[in-house]
Write a protein that binds this ligand. Structure first.
Ligand code: ADP
Length: 241
C-alpha cells in the first residue's frame, strides 16, 4: 500500500524497571484498518495499546499519528480514543452526560455538543437512552456508551482493550459484528486487544501476535491461520478449534 499509514509504531520498547515488556515493535496501520493484538496473558498487548494511547510512556522508539509524533502528548491530546475493559463510565451521570463530558473539556459549545452527542448515540444505536444511568443499561449498552463517548470526539484511531471480555457469549458475537459495522460505516481505524484467538480471526483485517513482548507474526487472519510463522503461533491460533 502506498498511502501514508495513519498510525505508525517504530521500534517501540517498554520496560518496567529491569523487566523488558515490549521489544522492538514496529507496526503501520492504514486508515480504516482494524488491527488486533493477540497473545497469551502477560505478552504485552495492553501495555502496547497503552503506549499508543499515552497511558504509558515507552522507553524506546516512537509513535506517529498522521505522520506526526505524539510521544510527548498526554492521552486527551492524542486523538486516540480509548475504550477500557470495564468501560469506565461515570456512574452518577446519565448516558448523555457521559458522552458530553469530553466535549465539555474541549469547550465545545452547547448547540454543537448536542448535535454531536445525538449523532454519536445514533451511530451506536442508543438514541432514546439519553437520560438513563449506566446502572440502568445492559453490559452491551454500557459498552455502546463507552464507544459513543470516544466517537463523539472524532478520534483518528479507536483503541479497544478487550472490549468484549465482560459480555456473555451471545452478546460478544453481537458486539463483534457491531464494531465491524461501525468500522465499515465510519471508516474507523481500530486497534483491538483480545486474548481470544477466535475473536481475533473473525474481527480483524490484520493480526499482530505477541509473545513475551516480541512480535511473532503480523498478517491477515487467513495467513496467520493457514501459514503460522512458527510453532508458537500455530499452537496459539490452533486453540480456536
Ligand atoms: P497482556 O495485556 O498481554 O496480558 P500486559 O501488557 O498487561 O499483558 O503485561 C505485560 C507484562 O508487563 C506483564 O508481565 C505485566 O506483569 C507487566 N506489567 C504491566 N503493567 C505493569 C506495570 N504498571 N508495572 C510493572 N509491570 C507491569
Amino acid at each position: 500500500m502506498s498511502e501514508q499509514p495513519i498510525l505508525q509504531l517504530k521500534k517501540i520498547e517498554k520496560s518496567f524497571g529491569e523487566t523488558a515488556v515490549l521489544r522492538n515493535i514496529t507496526l503501520d496501520v492504514q486508515e480504516g484498518e482494524l488491527v488486533t493484538f493477540i497473545g497469551p496473558s502477560g505478552s504485552g498487548k495492553t501495555t502496547l495499546l497503552r503506549v499508543v494511547g499515552g497511558f504509558h510512556q515507552q522507553t524506546g522508539g516512537t509513535v506517529l499519528l498522521g505522520g506526526q509524533t505524539i510521544d510527548v502528548l498526554p492521552p486527551e491530546k492524542r486523538s486516540t480514543g480509548m475504550v477500557f475493559q470495564n468501560y469506565a463510565l461515570f456512574p452518577h451521570m446519565t448516558v448523555y452526560e457521559n458522552v458530553e463530558y469530553g466535549l465539555k473539556i474541549q469547550t465545545v459549545g452547547k448547540v454543537e455538543r448536542n448535535q454531536r452527542i445525538k449523532e454519536a448515540l445514533q451511530q451506536v444505536q442508543l438514541d432514546g437512552y439519553e437520560n438513563r444511568k449506566p446502572s440502568e443499561l445492559s453490559g452491551g449498552q454500557q459498552q455502546r456508551v463507552a464507544i459513543a463517548r470516544c466517537l463523539v470526539l472524532k478520534p483518528k484511531v479507536l483503541l479497544l482493550d478487550e472490549p468484549l471480555s465482560n459480555l456473555d457469549a451471545n452478546l460478544r458475537v453481537v458486539m463483534r459484528d457491531e464494531i465491524r459495522r461501525l468500522k465499515e460505516e465510519l471508516n474507523l481505524t481500530i486497534v483491538f486487544v483480545t486474548h481470544d484467538q477466535e475473536e481475533a480471526l473473525s474481527i480483524s483485517d490484520r493480526i499482530l501476535v505477541l509473545k513475551d513482548g516480541i512480535v511473532q507474526q503480523l498478517e491477515t487472519p487467513s495467513i496467520v491461520y493457514q501459514r503460522p510463522a512458527n510453532e508458537f503461533v500455530a499452537k496459539f491460533v490452533g486453540h480456536a478449534n
